[in-house]
Design a protein around this ligand. Sequence first.
Ligand code: ADP
Ligand code: MG
Length: 519
Amino acid sequence: MQDPQFFESSLPEPRSASQDSAQEKPVSPPADAGASVEEKKPDLSDLWKGLLVAICNRMQPEQFATWFGRANLVGFTDTELDIAVLNEFTQDWILKYHRSAIEGAILAVLGTKRTLVISVDSELSTATIPNEVLSAVPQVVPNPAPATRASQTQPPAPTSSQSPQPAGGSLLWNSDIELNPGNTFENFVVGPCNRFGHASAMGAAEQPGRSYNPFFIHGSVGVGKTHLLQGICHMILQKTPQSRILYLSCETFINHFISALQDGDTTRFRNKYRNVDVLVVDDIHLLANKERTQEEFFHTFNTLHTAGKQIVLSSDSPPKDIPTLQERLISRFKWGMVAELERPCFETRMAIVKRKSISRGNEFPHSVAEYIASNIESNVRELEGAVTRLLAYSSMSNRPIDHAMAHEALSSILKTTRGQPTLGDVVQAVTQHYHLKPSDLQSTKRTRAIAFPRHVAMYLARIVTGNSFEAIGAHFGGRDHSTVVYAVNKLKKLLQTQPERCEEVGRLYTELTGRQLES
Ligand code: ADP
Ligand code: MG
């Protein structure tokens, strides 16, 4: 059994998932925010409501109701934010297990950090969670019934009678994130592009450690990989709350391994990763070019797989296309189920916009959904962003949503880019246009279908981002600067001599900068 103290001392604090929730509207600080709380007693209730919604989005609803149902915001300055709770027990618990959720919420709502203070006030007026918060986060159960603790490796069960426990299980608390309650299979809109991925993810969750092991899902940015990974976790925990699920970003796995190497303590590291029922690693393609970590992951994989434990992985490309991934890992990743999430087709995008607007209580007219779905083609996260923006626009202007408003509110984000494009913008535009993965551009593959777009990407990166040849080479799979010089010259020549062969380069340039490319 794992010792909680061990986890605490050996791991950085779990971070919250970055969730761009609709309800996380920035709240203006009270006018006298900088003044001493005791002197002025500003009205903090609006800020508190905004924070509650954002906190709730970062944890399971039952936990939220338990720990924040009887808390209140009592102080707020330029540097500090003070939340009062009824007793020391709650104070300790929140500081130990929910600090990162609150800090993430503060950042989301205020846009800047504050030092978190949790103070105890036994005479605190115990207002229940405001109705606005309950309606913004419908999953919250105000008075959850006590239940037994999910897992021995979770934080220890409180003994206080005023500390009811969540009904379902939760992730191992040294995981990277707390599950987003909305990322369930039911909330995933299914269409031809993702039907297989959705069904096979459910298959993996129904019988963990059996036929779909490992479960490997791949697809480009924003197509729902993380959503399905979390859907698997929710389902497993619903069926078997005591399951020990460790959920990590690949980056965390790599960082922990590097620290373990530096401290010369790889045994501890190994035990930590191998003593779980389900290991979920998001964005496993980041193992590219990390040979020592690949080696370690290989052993972790073998130990878990041999013991019949479920492994769940996501990646931006199929196993064979992850640059420099060892053959033996490629073959292991293909042992179970490899499923692809394709970019959503028009009908699925329409259904997603409709579903998101309905769930926010304001179903968009057909023409508006159509406008959004036809202008945002590849990324569900951007579709969500457009829905949020339009809802905010409508509520601020106090007008019903129609096609004209959609155009007004969204045309700027749909058609132009703001500020100087980044290398990431170039990669996104080029991969989207040529239907490639970012890792294709980094890879060593030289087929024309990849080499030409790679040259285009390097050329655009040079002329629109202002990065040096070295920096661009490094970004595209650690290439030498001379490769970038070659690509840029080649494209220049092609544009001058055979412009018809690379019309799309001009279009990509305009997409990135809003200007015409002059040859
Ligand atoms: P990825 O991990 O592939 O980059 P995410 O899983 O983070 O993408 O998805 C981005 C956002 O879009 C999330 O808020 C997710 O819930 C939502 N999303 C993606 N696909 C769907 C879908 N098919 N139905 C509903 N929401 C979706
Ligand atoms: Mg993701």
